[in-house]
Write a protein of this length. Structure first.
Length: 156
């Protein structure tokens, strides 16, 4: 099973992302088997560097959290995590905000922001088909809609 945690914090950055994405989420993490949260962040959290990293489940005070899970085959799950873990240590996609205005390809593997990493992991594993999406747009709310359309199980 693959689980994604969609969340929002009570801060200005989160609010701006939520308004820009027209929905209640500003971030998404991949939930590891241990409960740790794996994903891309722009800031240092509990001494864990920015970029693609594994973080403890309580690394942030979340105002809202929703988990979305997919039933997967062992091969899909392995491919998902193999891809995601191969991204560990890559930098946060600092051009992400500008990319909503210009045409930076969100599939470029040199850096990631949270929903880019989650979407690329799902596509690579074949859990989600390649998405038709402008090359510069894949925000958390869009990914949550895609997941629900694919029949994922939503829990809060």
């Amino acid at each position: 099973m693959i689980t994604l945690q969609f969340s929002a914090q009570n801060d200005l950055g989160s609010l701006i992302i939520e308004l820009g994405g027209a929905g209640p989420f500003s971030h998404v993490d991949l939930v590891e088997a241990t409960g740790a949260l794996y994903g891309a962040r722009s800031d240092v959290c509990k001494d864990i560097p920015a970029g693609v990293q594994s973080r403890p489940p309580d690394y942030e005070t979340f105002a809202r959290r929703t988990r979305i899970s997919f039933s997967t085959t062992p091969a899909e799950e392995k491919t998902f995590w193999d891809f995601a873990y191969a991204q560990r240590g890559k930098p946060y996609d600092m051009t992400a905000i500008e990319a909503f205005l210009v045409n930076r390809d969100w599939r470029a593997p040199d850096s990631w922001f949270c929903s880019e990493l989650a979407t690329a992991s799902l596509e690579t594993a074949g859990i989600c088909p390649p998405l038709y999406s402008p090359v510069n747009k894949i925000e958390p709310v869009t990914l949550a809609i895609v997941c629900s359309a694919l029949g994922a199980i939503v829990t809060s």
